[in-house]
Every structure is written in C-alpha cells, then in structure tokens.
Write a protein that binds this ligand. Structure first.
Ligand SMILES: Cc1cc2nc3c(=O)[nH]c(=O)nc-3n(C[C@H](O)[C@H](O)[C@H](O)COP(=O)(O)OP(=O)(O)OC[C@H]3O[C@@H](n4cnc5c(N)ncnc54)[C@H](O)[C@@H]3O)c2cc1C
Length: 107
C-alpha cells in the first residue's frame, strides 16, 4: 500500500489527550466532545460528543444555575470519558505494537 500509492508518503499523526484527563471546575465554563476528551479514533468519538451535548443540555434545563449544571454534567462525563479513553489507548497501543516474535508468513 505504501509503495504503490499515488504520491509520497504523508505523515498524519494521531493526537489524543492524556489519560486520565481533567481540569479545575469552573461554574461558568466546561468542555465537551473532542475538546474534553480527544482519544484514539476507534469508534467512540462522535457518539461521545453527541452524548455530552445531550447531557449538558439536560443538565442546564434541569438545574437552577449553570454552576450546578456544569458540576452535574462533569460528574458523569469525566469518569465515563476517562474510562473509555483508557480502553481505547490500550487498544491503540495493542494495534500499533511491534510484535515481540516473528510474524508467521502464509505458506
Ligand atoms: C478524518 C476523521 C475521521 C473521523 N471518523 C470518525 C468516525 O468514523 N466515527 C466517529 O465516531 N468519529 C470520527 N471522527 C471523530 C469525530 O469527527 C469527532 O470526534 C467529532 O467531530 C467531535 O465533535 P466535536 O463537536 O467535539 O468537535 P468538532 O467536530 O471538531 O467541532 C468543533 C468545531 O469548532 C470549531 N471551532 C474551533 N475553534 C473555534 C473557535 N475559536 N471559534 C469558533 N469555532 C471554532 C471548528 O471549526 C469545528 O467546527 C473522525 C475524525 C476525523 C478527523
């Protein structure tokens, strides 16, 4: 695939936030989606972003102040995101690992 493609090899690195990741609570600001938990692209990404948005919206309408809403939202979102990010980091490490023994060739 690399030698037969249409042009030169282009390095497109993957970025992810550290695991676990958090920030100091602020009653007037929070993060969601990739800004809150950019993680290896193994299928959770946009689903989590939409879930965050939905839960933050529900928290805002369900609490008297934005500070309470942010605290409630982050209490659910941060542990969930960190748990999933840890699993995906492990998955990415496994996918990109150099085998520690020779790969068997098909006979
Ligand atoms: C190539 C690629 C393939 C992907 N494939 C998949 C997939 O198959 N399945 C999956 O689940 N996820 C996939 N993802 C990940 C998914 O796209 C993201 O997880 C998701 O879009 C995150 O949504 P978000 O709203 O948090 O951020 P984004 O979609 O990045 O939205 C952030 C928005 O903020 C805007 N913005 C940034 N800075 C400012 C500023 N200062 N002022 C105003 N606006 C600003 C940006 O222009 C952007 O529109 C893929 C991502 C990439 C790059």
């Amino acid at each position: 695939m690399i030698t037969d493609n249409d042009g030169a090899y282009v390095n497109r690195p993957l970025f992810a936030l550290p695991v676990p990741h958090t920030w100091r609570y602020s009653p007037s600001a929070t993060l969601l989606g990739d800004a809150a938990h950019l993680m290896p692209p193994l299928g959770a990404d946009v689903n989590l972003a939409m879930l965050d948005a939905s839960e933050l919206a529900l928290a805002i309408v369900g609490h008297a102040t934005t500070g309470e809403a942010v605290r409630s939202y982050e209490a659910t979102m941060l542990p969930r995101a960190n748990a999933i990010a840890a699993r995906l980091k492990h998955g990415l490490d496994h996918m990109l690992a150099v085998p520690d023994r020779p790969v068997r060739q098909p006979s």
